[in-house]
Write a protein that binds this ligand. Sequence first.
Ligand SMILES: Nc1ncnc2c1ncn2[C@@H]1O[C@H](COP(=O)(O)OP(=O)(O)OP(=O)(O)O)[C@@H](O)[C@H]1O
Length: 317
Amino acid sequence: MINADKKKEMKNLSEMLLETRGLTKRYGDHKAVDSVSMHIKKGAIYGFIGRNGAGKTTCLKMISGLSRPTSGEIEIFGYKGKDLQKVRSRVGCLIEAPGLYGNMTAYENLNIKCKLFGIKKAGYIEEILKTVGLEHVGRKKTKHFSLGMKQRLGIGLALIGEPDLLVLDEPINGLDPQGIAEVRDTIQRLQKERNMTICISSHILEELSKIATDYGIIHNGSLLQELTREELMRRCSERMELTLADPKLAIPVLDAMGFTNYQVTDKEHIHIFERLNESAALNMELAKAGIPVKGLSITSEELETYFLNLTGGASHA
Ligand SMILES: Nc1ncnc2c1ncn2[C@@H]1O[C@H](COP(=O)(O)OP(=O)(O)OP(=O)(O)O)[C@@H](O)[C@H]1O
């Protein structure tokens, strides 16, 4: 008999499109990626966040088959080891700058890759140009494109062959606000219209917060945390922070007062995400129950502060 937890676990696994286990890349003595186990669900926009040098590109290169892991395993669409070759064509990637021919148009650049893939379908290139918002660029050579246009054409190139998983390494880096908005729109459209799963890296959490459904935070080669958008928003949302010698003792009091949206975050703290105006009443009830309160404050955190605190403070930026 399979219990409910096991069933849930099996369901979660079947929803997983990509999983790595202990993925490691060593350059000499230096571990650029250190035992990373990441999980990307089908249909997710997975924000892969880390400071410069954290190991994002190295990790994404291994996932895309551009670099060989020192150790560990990658499973995509249920395939791993040598069998991964069978599904490589279902992974499109844009790692670092897109390799464009500057003297050619967007259409011509796409056409070269279509020829390599043996794609001759009428209207195929026009469709991709439309998807990435470059349908009106005409005969303009790509060397005259803005950085945002180049990135979108890079995404267009990665779309050739209809991948189910798109891996984008810092596609927003260096873009102006309009360029950022355009790339974000393109990514959201791909997820909605083509039901694509997208892994996108950035060194700025805030930049992906409008689109990512899930996050992985990498630092010094290690994956520190994976969390959903809801979990992240919850961690950064306005809350009461209760500091106590033993949070467990306060739970019956919270329950008796009808609080339901709270979380014991460590051995000293409870975060409460509702009825923030009732902090005085809560304090009083805890005192009545003989539970000393060391601290009670209302606080919230900026997304970027959350990320910086997690990765060792702003001074390392
Ligand atoms: N080919 C290589 N040889 C030696 N060291 C490397 C190589 N590629 C990357 N590294 C090192 O591995 C670490 C991770 O680099 P990586 O490029 O993956 O980080 P990143 O998170 O993508 O950062 P950035 O955004 O700056 O590229 C860095 O310390 C980098 O210097």
